[in-house]
Design a protein around this ligand. Sequence first.
Ligand code: NAP
Length: 243
Amino acid sequence: MEVRDKVIIVTGASGGIGLATARLLAERGARLALVARSKDKLEALAAELPGSAAIPADMTRPDEIADMVAETEKRFGGIDVLVNNAGQGYDASMEHIDLEDFGHIVQLDVVGPLVAMQRVAPVMRRGGVGAIVNVSSGLALMAMPGMSPYSAAKRALVGLSLTARAELSGDGIVVSLVYPYATMTDFEANTIKASGEEDEESERHSGGGFPPDSADYVAQLILEAIETGAAEVFAHDWMNKPR
Ligand SMILES: NC(=O)c1ccc[n+]([C@@H]2O[C@H](COP(=O)([O-])OP(=O)(O)OC[C@H]3O[C@@H](n4cnc5c(N)ncnc54)[C@H](OP(=O)(O)O)[C@@H]3O)[C@@H](O)[C@H]2O)c1
């Protein structure tokens, strides 16, 4: 889908990959609903990007997601694209997974994107066309010790996305996945860490010897997913292997 003049929701637009994506899409002429919890950051960004609006929402809250989608449709008159990018990591070995922390990560990384898809699908169906891009992770494709909670959440998002793609294809709605690898954002700082396991942190987040990507690079991948409608877009070819 060509993004010029399209109405695009970008979640997690207050920083990192979402911020870079919002700037890139605005540069290409899209009209943006900027979503995250940080109202001040969103309002500053909306002032910078013509045709965009700050629509704060906590993506762990289904009621706030519903309000955000309704507000976007009301302000812009429709929704063409949803970029489900807001997310957070949680590092813990399997034996030390705290169920409350795991529940939070699943709520943000899986349930939030699901609810957003459920809410935008009818709007897109009415418009006759739509694109949904869900941001997963390279860790959904591998078994990295100490990262199972995040890997599990991002794998669940893969299952939801590929199945939704099949379900919605007859309605003109294309669902895609983007798999970033280690990317230079505040992600690591924002990752929840199991107590006593912080020491292995830097090694696990080092990117396995590969240099980390920039947020601008991942934003280009998200644009590519919208434009091509590819089922899966990988940050690096080597990530696309049988699993
Ligand atoms: N960076 C990496 O190495 C990497 C690798 C693979 C995949 N990813 C994925 O890429 C996506 C973006 O991550 P990032 O690297 O840009 O991380 P980041 O710099 O930590 O940014 C996270 C974004 O999500 C928003 N967010 C967090 N909790 C939220 C909530 N409850 N409700 C609404 N928004 C929320 C944050 O805004 P507020 O705090 O203002 O709410 C922020 O805008 C995530 O899905 C992440 O899992 C990142």
